[in-house]
Design a protein around this ligand. Structure first.
Ligand code: HEC
Length: 238
């Protein structure tokens, strides 16, 4: 081979190499991988309060994902539709969150998509739920836990406390069209029925003989106290 030819074939080999590396790079960039532990050194943060404007992941954001996305046949550990298991912090952040930027976060954008791309497919999240997710992402999508400083056990009226509590933690799996265990928790009358038969308290206190709820987690002590206090005061529609 003449020296000239060698250079030419060398060039060919290196351009093929560059092409392959380029394609690999594009493939990786396509699905940005964020190591969730890099956000906070792998440690859960010192909690912030919802009242001081910081959204708590554990008490405000995770329950929305669990009850609205991680239902059975959707993004739970068993079905993990389209590769999404949205049951814990690492999975949620790794697959679809750009910390600090809700508007470019895939898991946020799908809440507003049209047609069957919109998530959840049966009914959109409420504005308050979308706002919590957006604020949490824009605040850096941190793994804030044990932050129940916004929970006051002395507060337990139905409209201000109990209904929003059930909406965030339970209703995604317990509403018409998605009736886990045939239990409806989407309106006062239906909830009252589960108070009367003892299942509401039995399930949230994880009492023997009841299915522990919410599936795979437990409400905070303060939240359980609120529900019990509301029931003791007559479970009013107040
Ligand atoms: C991810 C979905 C999911 C979430 C979130 C969830 N549930 Fe359930 N729930 C189910 C399913 C499925 C069943 C039926 C199977 C079973 O009993 O485990 C059920 C059963 C129940 C039952 C009947 C229990 C029994 O022993 O008969 C009650 C009461 C209940 N849920 C209340 C709640 C409450 C209250 C919350 C929120 C604090 C909640 N659930 C959150 C899916 C869910």
């Amino acid at each position: 081979m003449s020296p000239n030819l060698k250079i030419v074939s060398g060039l060919k080999v290196s351009s093929v190499f560059i092409l392959i590396v380029g394609v690999l790079l594009v493939c990786c960039v396509h699905e940005p991988f964020i190591d969730p532990t890099s956000l906070n050194g792998g440690e859960a943060n010192t909690p912030g309060c919802v009242s001081d404007g910081t959204v708590c992941f554990e008490s405000s954001v995770l329950p929305i994902f669990i009850s609205s996305c991680a239902r059975s046949k959707c993004h739970d550990a068993i079905t993990h539709k389209d590769g999404y298991t949205l049951t814990n912090y690492n999975n949620i952040v790794r697959k679809g969150i750009t910390p600090g930027n809700a508007s470019t976060s895939k898991l946020y954008k799908v809440l507003f998509a049209s047609g069957e791309d919109r998530m959840p497919p049966d009914a959109p999240l409420s504005q308050a739920q979308k706002d919590s997710i957006a604020a949490w992402i824009n605040q850096g999508a941190k793994n804030t836990v044990n932050c129940n400083c916004s929970c006051n056990p002395e507060q337990f009226t139905f409209l201000a406390t109990i209904k929003p509590l059930l909406e965030s933690n339970c209703v995604g799996c317990h509403k018409p069209g998605s009736l886990g265990g045939n239990i409806n928790l989407a309106n006062y009358t239906a909830i009252k029925a589960q108070v009367t038969n003892g299942k509401l308290v039995g399930s949230i206190t994880h009492a023997t003989g009841f299915s522990p709820m919410p599936q795979g987690s437990k409400l905070s002590e303060c939240q359980i106290t609120q529900v019990k206090a509301w029931i003791e005061a007559g479970a009013l529609n107040n």
